[in-house]
Design a protein around this ligand. Structure first.
Ligand code: GRF
Length: 192
């Protein structure tokens, strides 16, 4: 069974979808670790409820990105983690983690990349008044939401759409898409 670590900074609804998919045997992987950079984030509660070990860190307690990523790497290597799943992790991955895990790190982003990378992709899509947006799963490289695209799903944006309604639609798609794409990657040996 492949071992994954999920990185999150917030509510962790995608993390929960992955936990549920593992429980329901839709995703054949072991979630070995939650990595979180926010002590008050709800994803930590979710990990606790599911009995998943956590590495919670405060970036400002480290000299720099390389320093905290070395600490993360020690945890990952200690547990024999095979790949990294970013789920609302609000930091760019640096060279320390990329060197060891390049090609084995995936991210989910709430837009049809390359449109609307970075923060508040949903707000950006609404401000641009696009008629279609969606969700992208991609491999992570050193850029901001720039790595090779693995899967995308489009959503039509209604005239009456609000940030809340679009976010709800996007989350519903993400929770279905992410575990499915992860399992497909595992089947294809794409994350091994
Ligand atoms: C998701 O919309 C994901 O696409 C983006 O951050 C959000 C995280 O939501 N990268 P949650 O914490 O999984 O609920």
């Amino acid at each position: 069974m492949k071992k994954i670590a999920v990185f999150a900074s917030g509510s962790g609804s995608n993390f929960q979808a992955i936990i549920d998919a593992v429980k329901e045997s839709k995703l054949h992987a072991e979630i070995s670790l939650l990595v979180c950079d926010k002590r008050e984030a709800f994803c930590i509660e979710r990990a606790g409820q599911a009995g998943i070990p956590q590495f919670v860190f405060t970036a400002k307690n480290y000299a720099d990105k390389a320093d905290y990523e070395r600490a993360i790497l020690r945890e990952l290597e200690g547990l024999g983690v095979d790949f990294i799943v970013l789920a609302g992790y609000m930091r760019l991955i640096g060279t320390t983690l990329l060197r060891s895990y390049e090609g084995r790190i995936v991210n989910i982003h709430p837009s049809l990349l390359p449109a609307f990378p970075g923060k508040d992709a949903i707000g950006q899509a609404l401000a641009a008044k696009v008629k279609v947006s969606g969700v992208t799963v991609h491999f992570v490289d050193e850029g901001m939401d720039t790595g090779p695209i693995i899967a995308q799903k489009a959503i039509e944006i209604d005239a009456s759409e609000t940030k809340e309604s679009l976010q709800a639609k996007i989350h519903a798609i993400e929770h279905e898409l992410y575990p499915t794409v992860l399992q497909n990657l595992l089947n294809a040996g794409g994350l091994s």
